[in-house]
Design a protein around this ligand. Structure first.
Ligand code: BES
Ligand code: ZN
Length: 867
């Protein structure tokens, strides 16, 4: 049996030694790369006598300490580290080692993606390149020399500024890059290969000129312009919003096809999954365009929140990720529609983070232990982390928040810090005491606010009783109540807001209750009539609201807060569907309220498409004590049919009005119109009506935007299999040589709710365009299948067995991708007895597999533990 070790936050101690400078030389050859690494080591703790350097998966050739060549008797060599006796304050260590990028299938360290040499070092990949103190609180000035064949690798990139190039003999050349700004090793990057590029310049607010470039495979240059525009917008936004400008002479972005994640913020040399760079109207959906804009921004924003101020250790990951997600969400809100953005962010939070927080892998945004840090790049650390920052933004208000951020930047620039330092900066500018607020960092699970109200006609008072229900954590321990900002309104019959007058609770900005206790009773005076409650406006706190006196139809029609309006429609939808699942008829009030939204011509079309969305299968599964996917799908389809029948002509008419087959523009209105049209078409398709299927088919063939085409293809696949055949074949031939579009093809097929999806997925693994070594393709085919509730939870149990096989197969060469797939089993504890037995078998099969990675082991054992 292997050992799977747990790392604890409480065991953190500063590094006894640090690396002030690191000079790297890479000689890239066809079958291997020679690395020479010269480090200036400095002792930070005078008691330290032995230097430990992390290093794994490479061949050590030679190592010197201050010009003394070491042999095996002078060092201790372990599988993942070397220990060197070192009882002095300064030393120069020189290492020569050899790495094998072609054999690197885990895609951590230096590897090859489609012929391009590239790196991915966060969190602990640098130790696969050379020996180093590979931890984020060791900050080093890196200088990188790259030598490679000129023809194979005309492009040689690393962090910082280019300091020189030279042509060498034997067809080689070199490039020398110097990064003047100290950084942790996880931000080191190198790229070498034959790449095309586009370039541009940006002048910062202080007048410095920055050279910008985006590199990609030859032939894709014309798909980089949206990414370039997004980069320039991000640079401008960070100057305008936070007064932060870029600090190097160049900013390079490289798009590669094989990448475990979305993108990486390496200093001055971002490396991106090509999915988040390449786009044009024919190949990318509207969501793809939006995704590119936000990921480009996210990685750019890391330059200040992550790179210049980094994390002291990986437990502090949310310091940079939660904060940077908050920043990219605000950016996208400013670039597009703030309301649309907020609804999308809240939806994502509830579908991913609330689900995670309710399940076996729940953890605080700042975890206190981990087995494999790669497993903690989670919705909790990211999205809940962003919500926690947002609450502070709400409490402080824009101006104070900005001042606190300035203080944070000015105080900690160039350091590796933790969330305590961030909170200190926030507290310095906050009139509200944030000590209890820190519990948001250390506790797990989503709190529920149970809210009830009592109105007195005589005293014209309304009393709100707010009770925090705090779930136990995964260790089954009690947890404590939070402080949180709860934005509310009390609305009159005509939808006007009463002024909030109370002395029972701190009222922030006139509309936000500062909740501090487990039970709060808040009395509002001068309320002239029984008010309607509008709660958690703008989703001011990441909680679940339970309240029996909410008037959904009223809020759906009248609330001026777009989030509450959306929420009312969504909650009313959930209750209607749940009632149907319990055997009731559909409530007429729901049908009418839905119709009123549909007919409301004053509503922005994007918002309309969002409020008309049905509660998702995930949302409904989340609420079931015992998972029953067919009952959800049946109710959903039936409700769609009822609405489609009732409002057939409105649906049809609106679809015709909105349909603009030759429009491929990505301005807000064009995107919104497509979204609404496709939403409505999806509801009409539930009828199985031939004329509608034909309409959908014509959208597939006629429409020039990928959003329209793909959404028609999905609808045909799910509702009109006889027409889907032709459309799928057409799609395949049109795009078979474009791997990013083939991802969509595989996803459509693996997400299909039609019978036989598993068989088709199994067969598609042999498809010419599929490659199990490319993470995007695995996510599209296997990942989509694992997230397809109908196929995955099929009563045969074959879905579970198939995904278990894939996890084992993929874990052998790429543990990060494998552990991403195991998440599919998180509902193990809530299955029927036969399904639980099936899934239990699949999980045991994974757990008992020899040589399982830490990544997969950690998740599987958590799932099996709680259930
Ligand atoms: N620093 C991460 C990339 C990363 C994640 C490296 C996990 C190593 C392990 C990067 O800034 C990031 O967060 N990327 C996200 C996209 C972002 C827009 C949320 C990603 O890759 O999914
Ligand atoms: Zn990030």
């Amino acid at each position: 049996m292997q050992e799977h070790q747990t790392i604890y936050f409480k065991d953190y101690t500063p590094s006894p030694y640090t690396v002030d400078t690191c000079l790297l030389e890479f000689i890239i050859e066809e079958s291997s790369t020679r690395v020479e690494n010269i480090m200036e080591i400095r002792r930070q703790n005078c008691d330290a006598k032995e230097l430990r350097l992390d290093g794994e998966m490479f061949d050590l050739e030679l190592i010197w300490v201050d010009d003394v060549l070491l042999d095996e008797t002078m060092v201790r060599l372990e599988k993942n580290a070397i220990y060197i006796p070192l009882d002095r304050d300064y030393a120069r260590i020189r290492v020569i080692n050899r790495i094998y990028p072609d054999e690197n299938t885990a895609l951590e360290g230096l590897y090859r993606s489609g012929g391009i040499w590239c790196t991915q070092n966060e969190p602990e990949g640098f130790r696969r390149i050379t020996y180093f103190i590979d931890r984020p609180d060791v900050m080093t000035k890196f200088t990188t020399k790259i030598i490679a064949n000129r023809e194979k690798c005309p492009v040689l990139l690393s962090n910082g500024n280019l300091r020189g190039t030279a042509i060498l003999e034997n067809g080689k050349h070199l490039a020398l890059w110097e990064d003047p700004i100290p950084k942790p090793s996880y931000l080191f990057a190198l790229v070498a290969g034959d790449l095309g590029s586009i370039s541009d310049t940006y002048t910062t607010m202080s007048g410095k000129n920055i050279d910008l470039a985006i590199y990609c495979d030859h032939g894709n240059e014309d798909k980089c312009h949206h990414a370039m525009r997004s980069l320039k917008k991000s640079m401008e936004w960070d100057e305008y919003t936070y007064g932060r400008e870029y600090d190097l002479e160049v900013y390079n972005i490289v798009a590669v096809d094989s990448f475990n994640m979305g993108a990486m913020e390496n200093k001055g040399l971002n490396i991106f999954n090509s999915h988040y760079v390449l786009a044009n109207e024919e190949t990318a959906t509207d969501n793809d365009f939006m995704g590119i804009e936000s990921v480009i921004a996210h990685e750019y924003f890391h330059n200040w929140t992550g790179n210049r101020i980094t994390c002291r250790n990986w437990f502090e990951l949310t310091l940079k990720e939660g904060l940077t997600v908050f920043r990219d969400q605000c950016f996208s809100a400013d670039m597009n529609s703030p309301l649309t953005q907020r609804l999308d962010d809240v939806r994502a939070l509830r579908e991913r983070q609330f689900v995670e927080d309710a399940g076996p892998t729940a953890h605080p945004i700042k975890p206190d232990h981990y087995m494999e840090i790669n497993n903690f790049y989670t919705a909790t650390v990211y999205e809940k982390g962003a919500e926690v920052i947002r609450m502070m933004h709400t409490v402080l208000g824009t101006e104070r928040f900005r001042r606190a951020m300035d203080l944070y930047f000015d105080t900690f620039d160039g350091e590796a810090v933790g969330t305590e330092e961030f909170l200190w900066a926030m507290q310095s500018e906050s009139v509200i005491d944030l000590s209890q607020f820190k519990r948001w960092y250390s506790q797990e699970r989503t709190p529920t606010l149970n809210i009830s109200s009592e109105y007195s006609q005589d005293s014209l008072e309304l009393v709100l009783r707010i009770v925090q229900k705090i779930p136990k954590n995964t260790q089954n321990q009690e947890q404590l109540p939070y402080t949180l900002p709860l934005k509310i309104a009390l609305l009159s019959e005509s939808g006007e807001e009463f002024d909030l007058i109370t002395s029972d609770c701190i009222l922030l900005h006139g509309n936000t209750l500062w909740i501090t206790d487990e039970v709060s009773e808040v009395r509002f005076s001068a309320i002239s009539s029984a008010p309607k409650l509008s709660l958690n406006r703008h989703f001011s706190a990441p909680v679940i609201i339970e309240c029996e006196t909410i008037d959904y139809p009223f809020l759906m029609a009248h609330d001026s807060d777009g989030f509450v309006r959306y929420e009312a429609a969504n909650r009313f939808g959930i209750e209607t569907l749940e009632a149907m699942m319990a055997g009731s008829e559909v409530s007429e009030r729901y049908i009418e309220s839905y119709g009123a939204l549909l007919r409301d011509t004053s509503m922005d079309p994007m918002f309309k498409s969002q409020v008309l969305e049905f509660p998702s299968i995930t949302t409904l599964m989340q609420r079931q004590e015992m998972i029953d996917v067919p009952s959800i799908v049946n109710a959903q389809e039936k409700l769609k049919q009822i609405l489609a029948q009732r409002y057939f002509s409105e649906f049809k008419h609106t679809i015709e009005t909105l349909y603009a087959p030759s429009n491929t523009d990505i301005d807000g209105l064009s995107i919104a119109n497509r979204a609404l049209k496709n939403r409505l078409l999806g509801i009409l398709m539930s009828l199985g009506d031939v004329s509608i299927s034909r309409l959908c088919e014509s959208h597939y063939y006629e429409a020039l935007s990928m959003s329209d085409r793909l959404s028609a293809l999905e609808l045909l696949e799910n509702y009109a299999p006889e027409l889907a055949q032709g459309a799928l074949a057409d799609f395949y031939t049109r795009y078979s040589n474009q791997t990013l579009v083939m991802n969509k093809y595989f996803a459509v097929r693996a997400s299909s709710r039609r019978e036989g999806t598993l068989e088709r997925v199994i067969a598609l693994q042999e498809d010419f365009a599929y490659d199990v070594k490319v993470p995007n393709l695995v996510r599209s085919l296997i990942g989509s299948f694992a997230r397809n509730p109908v196929a995955f939870y099929d009563e045969s149990g074959e879905g579970f067995a198939f995904v278990a096989d894939k996890v084992i197969e993929i874990d052998a060469f790429n543990p990060q991708i494998a552990s991403g797939l195991v998440g599919a089993f998180k509902n193990y504890g809530r299955l029927s007895i036969p399904q639980k037995a099936q899934m239990g078998g699949a999980l045991e099969q994974i757990k008992n597999h020899p040589n399982l990675s830490n990544n997969v082991y950690e998740i599987v054992s958590k799932i099996l533990e709680v259930s």
